[in-house]
Design a protein around this ligand. Structure first.
Ligand code: FNR
Length: 347
């Protein structure tokens, strides 16, 4: 397999490798572990009557789980995208590309993204782009994948640790407003693993953003990934910075964009907890990268099929005949999550 020669291509290959390494030594305890579902022994339903499909804006998704934005732009990452796209097709769940910025700058890298649409012509596909790009670039990103939605990622912490990252975030709100106004499809704004605060969600709502993925801390940590990529200066003090998906969901304002959750979603039980806390669906990156890393579409498909089947069983166990019913789940909040609620004045 050829290593990419360009600096942006090398960065994509590095991200893939370092994120995969993090999967072999995941964060030991996350805020999802501080969310306990109260067990009601007589509340269970018949799993055959459980439906997983869920309404998200004007769409119906086959299940409340999607493959979150990760990669593309090199030979190595195209193999992973192909495996994930086949898995998305076979299981019917939505999938996002990694940032297509590299393909807008260098069209020779576009096939490594287009494979996502080619392998899954009828599936729900999201194109992903970093904030700061123009409205015209947003339109090109959507066109590249014939995308159904556009993910725009906010990644100020990552940029701060990246040697080649920007240090000027002041134009971001205006740039985002222009993209939201001009995008030919709905815009989903997401973090990349540092969480979206109440204030940020309110600002997004006021800008007309309809959908937001709080993508919190506790899973893939881009402060650690970028710190490992840079020689010299140490930024390891930013590891673990940010709010978790759990805390972001608890702290979400009303009104707010429709919420999705990601960041450290390790199991179908974490999906259930995210939905119980108000997310419409949960995004998974690192945990689905693991089976797709070698480019094995069958392995990736088997893992996602397993999640959907276990998710059905969990809904039956918890007495929810569809994902929306999980918002009635009785939850106990412990430890750091409880402390967050106390400190932020949530009851
Ligand atoms: C990512 N993520 C990401 N997000 C984004 O919006 N654009 C991108 O290009 C990337 N690239 C990327 C590469 C790799 C290899 C990984 C694992 C992740 C972030 C991702 O979508 C998600 O927000 C975080 O990874 C947190 O979720 P997990 O990994 O804890 O499930």
């Amino acid at each position: 397999m050829t290593e990419s020669a360009s600096p942006s291509g090398r960065r994509k290959d590095d991200h893939l490798r370092l994120a995969h390494d993090q999967q072999t030594a995941p964060v030991a305890r996350t805020d999802f572990d501080d969310v306990q579902i109260l067990h009601h022994a007589l509340d269970g339903l018949d799993a055959d009557r459980v439906r997983l499909d869920v309404e998200v804006l004007e769409w119906t998704w086959r299940a409340p789980v999607y493959i979150n934005g990760m990669t593309g732009g090199t030979d190595r990452t195209a193999r992973v995208n192909r495996a994930l796209a086949i898995a998305a097709r076979e299981t019917g769940i939505p999938m996002a590309s990694g940032s297509v910025g590299i393909a807008l700058d260098d069209p020779s890298t576009a096939p490594g993204f287009r494979v996502i649409r080619e392998e899954n012509p009828d599936g729900f596909v999201m194109a992903n782009l970093g904030i700061g790009r123009s409205a015209e670039e947003a339109r090109r990103a959507v066109g590249l994948l014939e995308a159904d939605a556009l993910q725009v990622h906010l990644n100020a912490v990552q940029e701060t640790v990246m040697p080649e990252g920007t240090r000027d975030f002041s134009s971001w709100p205006r740039a985002l407003e222009a993209v939201v106004a001009a995008a030919p499809v709905p815009v989903l704004v997401k973090e990349v693993g540092f969480g979206l605060s109440r204030r940020t969600l309110t600002r997004l709502h006021d800008m007309g953003v309809q959908l937001a993925d709080v993508s919190g801390v506790g899973g893939t940590d881009f402060a650690r990934i970028e710190d490992a990529r840079r020689p010299g200066e140490d930024y390891s003090f930013l590891a673990g910075h940010g709010q978790s998906a759990v805390c972001s969901l608890l702290d979400a304002p009303d009104p707010s964009p429709t919420l999705l959750a990601s960041g450290g979603v390790r199991t179908p039980l974490d999906v259930v907890k995210a939905l119980a806390l108000g997310a419409r669906a949960a995004g998974v990156a690192g945990a689905f990268l693991k089976p797709a890393y070698s480019g094995d579409a069958e392995e990736a498909t088997a893992v996602i099929r397993g999640w959907l089947s276990q998710l059905t069983e969990l809904l039956a166990l918890f007495g929810a005949d569809d994902p929306a019913a999980l918002t009635r789940t009785d939850l106990l909040l412990r430890g750091r999550v409880r402390e967050f609620c106390e400190l932020t004045g949530l009851d």
